[in-house]
Design a protein around this ligand. Structure first.
Ligand code: PGA
Length: 250
């Protein structure tokens, strides 16, 4: 089964009207004939700007977060309906920075993922272990637990609509990427884990790797059979790096 590669750039809390424009112009100029799906996730404040710029290009728009609620007294939150209004197609959910800094539990992540699917948008569900968990050989257990929380909320038939991003927390923003083999081992496990419920869906689910992906290590990662692309943080803010990663995805 050939799964289309995805390269998604998570800009986190970075950018300005001017720098976003420069970055996107550089990306558009660099990627004319690529086959992979390219996604950018700017901060909420710039979704309108980026939405207008990516319209009619091969770049799709993602949000970095969303509320699980439809509307109401949730100060500071953004609903999925609002995101759809702005042309958003993908929503990151369960990023480790949300789990760590904003107290998003497996339960909240599962609720949000369900709401995203119900809204017709596509969740990019982030999972991954901390350094301590890896060192105590809990990696697979943690990933299974994070996946199970979502599976039990949305059901296996809906999992076809989920993109998974395996992001070991110790590799995020540290310059310390997992090796291609370390990543492949977890991706293979995640796919097998999903296959215990439905082998056809497991074959279709795109599993991205995230954590210090750069143009210099992406080719090796993408050569692995269960790595279907990347969720890129720091390197997605540098035109040459992001374009280099997209090119290595083919
Ligand atoms: P990084 O971030 O590429 O800067 O390590 C990845 C992510 O947090 O999605």
């Amino acid at each position: 089964m050939t799964r289309k590669k995805i390269v998604a750039g998570n800009w986190k809390m970075n950018g300005s009207l001017e720098s976003n424009e420069q970055l996107l112009k550089g990306v558009f100029a660099g990627i004319e004939s690529e086959n992979s799906l390219v996604i950018v996730a700017p901060p909420f404040a710039y979704l309108s700007q980026v939405s207008a710029m990516v319209k009619g290009t091969q770049v799709s728009l993602a949000a970095q977060n969303s509320s699980q609620y439809a509307s109401g007294a949730y100060t500071g939150e953004t609903s999925l309906g609002m995101l759809k209004d702005l042309g958003v197609e993908y929503v990151l959910v369960g990023h480790s920075e949300r789990r760590t800094h904003y107290g998003e539990t497996d339960g909240i992540v599962a609720e949000k993922t369900k709401a995203i699917i119900e809204s017709g948008l596509i969740p990019i569900l982030c999972i991954g272990e901390t350094l301590e968990e890896r060192q105590s050989e809990q990696t697979l257990l943690v990933c299974a637990k994070q996946i199970n929380a979502v599976l039990s909320e949305v059901g296996i038939s809906n999992f076809e609509k989920v993109v998974v991003a395996y992001e070991p927390v110790w590799a995020i923003g540290t310059g310390l990427s997992a090796t291609a083999q370390q990543a492949q081992d977890v991706h293979e496990f995640v796919r097998k884990h999903i296959a215990t419920q439905d082998s056809e869906i497991a074959k279709k689910v795109q599993i991205l790797y995230g954590g210090s992906v750069k143009a210099s290590n992406s080719e090796e990662l993408f050569a692995m059979p269960d790595i279907d692309g990347a969720l890129v943080g720091g390197a997605s803010l540098i035109v040459e790096e992001f374009v280099g990663i997209i090119k290595s995805a083919g």
